[in-house]
Design a binder for this molecule. Sequence first.
Ligand SMILES: *Cc1c(COP(=O)(O)O)cnc(C)c1O
Length: 413
Amino acid sequence: MNWESYSHQKIKEVVSNALKQNLDYREKPVLGLPASYLDPEVFYDDAPFLKDAPFLSTLIANPNHIGCHTLNESEAAFIGTHQIEKELIELCAKEIFEGGDEDFDGYVASGGTEANIQAIWILKRYFEIEFNAKADEIGVLYSEDAHYSMPKACRLLSLSNFVTKVDEETRKVTQESLEDCVAQARRAGVKHLISIMNMSTTMFGSVDDIDEITGWLDELKVSYKVHVDAAYGGFIYPFSTEDRSYTFQNPKINSFTLDGHKMLQSPYGTGIYLTRKGFMEYALTEEANYVKGKDYTLVGSRSGANAIAVWMIMRTYGSAGWKAKIQKLQKKTDRLCSNLDERGVSYFRNPDVNIVTIKSEFISQKLAEKYMLVPDAHGDHVKWWKIVVMDHVQQGLLDRFLMDLDSELLALR
Ligand SMILES: *Cc1c(COP(=O)(O)O)cnc(C)c1O
């Protein structure tokens, strides 16, 4: 993993050159596009700070990134910023996920939800086209700790879902429940499975043991394809672990979802879908005639400024800078865990992720509300409360939480 950090000056130059290559509605005779720059009464483009603010300048120029820019020719009007999105996809696939000399496709989606739906849609089409499968012969396999975008995708795409159980303490998928799911799928006439692996769940930060699970599926002679949901963990886990099984070097993995708007602190609207070459085509909408290069994405029109924002963050830090930032968050999380250990408080934590999920018997509703901890389920059946050690979680805040926890624990005893 190695990508260069750029100075603010260099970032400004790259973005400003990209915007110059894009169509300028003020200078070109544009009659055919139902698009323009942002309303100039409200968002004026001569504000003096704009020349130092590449993201805001891009927002105002308002390039449309409709379609997929890693594939073929796309709308020439916004070629400059499309190139930056292309570089962003390549950075993620090759540097974060060790894609080597292979080429990849992908795009900046509205979020992790859309990227997951895109992934499941593409793999559904793959089984339909390559294996002549019908929708009811294709199922989606994921764990009970997976994100709710999986059942959402299944309902949208009329696919049946098979949900594996996890061990209450380790949050690991159990072999027994996986075998049950496969047997159940077979009884229902399902011939192909889209297997979702969590490269960190949202609630626990747990990472599915991909080698073990694909091993079980292979033993059972299942026909399957793997999509990795790295919406939460994609900008953390690869930077904190020695585990190399969640990279494109693992031939079992077909695609990844990433979310810029979680750990990376980019604006909302920055999910990322990444896939090996040869799969994006399954999402082709032939009828997208007015889009040059057609459309291969779920969403349609989308803001180019989102891609610029993610690219700027990755380029400002560089791989070494980002790794250092993640290490700092991990250290803070380690310290919180040893503080909890000293107090005999039970929790789940994946040592490579910055989430600590505490058993509810140690936390009162009042304490949870005061510190806005998130429960595993809203209502009366809370079993876990989680803390996410984000950038804004200062040591002082953790110390205050621990002091309040101490008074509660004292009262309990
Ligand atoms: C947040 C999250 C998603 C969905 O992301 P949105 O950006 O909210 O659509 C999907 N999967 C996981 C694991 C997540 O943490």
